[in-house]
Write a protein that binds this ligand. Structure first.
Ligand code: SF4
Length: 333
């Protein structure tokens, strides 16, 4: 092990409600504009939203290895640049003002991009389905990136558990890129160092929510400290236990959690009547969020029913989030 992992005193935690994310990419753009406009960062989306099922960003990130198996750090692969999508440009001035022949086309011709397979999903009509999966660094409790770095350049902040790269110490050997099973550190070819989500730490230090959460138009995102019993993240993860980590089997103990999507029942093929099977096969959700997803779905359906009947449901009220302040670092102690 290269680094000694210290536990942080507090842990910044995120919850995404997949029943509310509409895939508008506002969080993606908010993050992009704030953090990755520098040299070599064009292709990086620290925050992205991908259609699921789908190949994701970078393409096929779920098959690249990394994380832990039986407590042992696993070596993964560095995704090829084409799987992130090579940034392209439009030669507007050449075509429109300098008389160059041909139509305005992106160059180089795009062969991949974040959310390349947008809204394709899977399944056959009438049971085709998809949902949106917002992704970011999980600021893991056991960060594989930190453990893999041979230069001790990655650390976990004591005050909030945000996982950071110390750029002065990073030598750009990509061990973090290989070892993160979520493909969330990015190698910067211009600076020859790795970059990753910094958890909007300057905002957090002032008690302001991260840009991705603050800008979410669907009020699908929650952020707060997990040890704060009044925070919505504590309620959803610890009290109601309806928010689950993505791929818990990767072993890094993520601190981004997901309320799984409840799409309702599918239809009987060729008959048109409602089937007794869920529209999204349970196995698909279990493959993403682990075996607890079945119980969580039952709980969500039960509380939703209560609300529909006009009965009180603290869980549904927390998920609805009538006051956005209740979903973001509130109350911050
Ligand atoms: Fe490190 Fe990846 Fe975990 Fe982020 S998601 S802390 S980059 S292992």
């Amino acid at each position: 092990m290269a680094n000694i992992m210290k536990t942080s005193k507090r842990q910044l935690t995120f919850v995404a409600d997949l029943n509310k994310c509409i895939g508008c990419q506002t969080c993606t753009v908010a993050c992009k504009k704030l953090w990755t406009t520098g040299p070599g960062q064009d292709y990086m989306y620290w925050r992205n939203v991908e259609t699921t099922p789908g190949k994701g960003y970078p393409k096929n990130w779920q098959t690249r290895g990394g994380g832990y198996k039986g407590g042992e750090l696993q070596k993964g692969e560095v995704p090829p640049m084409i799987d992130y999508g090579v940034p392209f440009e439009f030669d507007y001035s050449g075509r429109l003002f300098e008389g160059k022949p041909g139509r305005v086309r992106p160059s180089p011709t795009p062969r991949s991009a974040p959310n390349w397979d947008e809204d394709q999903g899977s399944g056959a009509y009438p049971n085709n389905h998809f949902f949106y999966l917002p992704r970011m660094c999980n600021h893991c409790t056991k960060p594989a990136c930190l453990e893999a770095c041979p230069n001790d350049a990655i650390y976990k902040r004591e005050q909030d558990g945000i996982v950071m790269i110390h750029l002065d110490m990073c030598k750009g050997n990509k061990a973090c890129v290989k070892s993160c099973p979520y493909s969330k550190p990015y190698y910067n070819p211009q600076t020859q160092k790795s970059n990753k989500c910094v958890g909007c730490f300057p905002r957090i230090e002032k008690g302001i929510a991260t840009a991705c959460v603050a800008q979410c138009v669907g009020r699908a995102m929650h952020v707060g400290f997990i040890d704060d019993p009044m925070s919505s993240v504590n309620k959803l993860v610890r009290q109601w236990k309806v928010a689950l980590p993505l791929h818990p089997e990767y072993g890094t103990e993520p601190n981004v959690f997901y309320v799984p999507p409840v799409l309702g029942p599918g239809m009987e093929d060729g008959v048109g009547s409602v089937s007794d099977q869920p529209k999204i096969p349970l196995s698909e959700l279990q493959g993403l969020f682990g075996p607890d997803v079945q119980e969580v779905m039952k709980m969500l359906k039960m509380e939703r029913e209560k609300k529909l009947k006009g009965q009180p449901s603290e869980l549904m009220d927390t998920l609805i989030g009538r006051r956005s302040a209740d979903m973001m670092l509130s109350p911050l102690t």
